[in-house]
Ligand binder design. Sequence first.
Ligand SMILES: Cc1cc2nc3c(=O)[nH]c(=O)nc-3n(C[C@H](O)[C@H](O)[C@H](O)COP(=O)(O)O)c2cc1C
Length: 182
Amino acid sequence: MKVLVIKSSPRKKGNSNTLADQFIRGAQEAGHEVQEFDCARNRVAPCLSCGGCIRTGKCVQKDGFEEFAPMFVEADVLVFVTPVYYFSCTAQIKCLIDRFFSIHFGEQRENPKVYDKRTVLITTQGQPSLNCTLPTMEMYKDIVNFCKWTDAGQVHALGVLEPGAVVGTPYMQEAYELGKSL
Ligand SMILES: Cc1cc2nc3c(=O)[nH]c(=O)nc-3n(C[C@H](O)[C@H](O)[C@H](O)COP(=O)(O)O)c2cc1C
């Protein structure tokens, strides 16, 4: 299967990217082809709500989303990776998600590949209670239902504040095993 891992932390070697790398190791060992897109490093601007995609078939903005869109369409599995920022996902990944509109309402809207996907959510947060991650889990669930995708599993690392804090925790094995189980 083609697996597309979407990273979104400005900390290149932070906790969420570390878990994503564990997931990738498992997925590769299971024989899957893994691609990565880092929306903290490839600039993806917010949706302009201009209707350009409805008129022309594609998003009219010229940025990192041009590279992302074909990767998205081809992927069998999408892996959303985000730290919790103020009870939500990062702005970087939310900008990317909002731009899915141009795929759902553009020239790819009847392509079955857009809807035939399994998805994964990996999050990290500094506080020990799941409370801070719940809104992101809820948003993910609603997006998965709206897009007719299928959740293939989730890892939510709690109490990991400093970069590297996730190393040595059981979340590392959890992420690896989820990748391997695809
Ligand atoms: C702007 C900002 C907002 C944050 N908000 C929360 C929060 O609401 N709840 C929480 O538990 N941790 C919060 N954190 C801590 C991060 O979620 C935590 O450090 C996480 O492991 C960072 O992941 P990363 O290393 O992949 O960037 C916040 C961190 C930043 C920089």
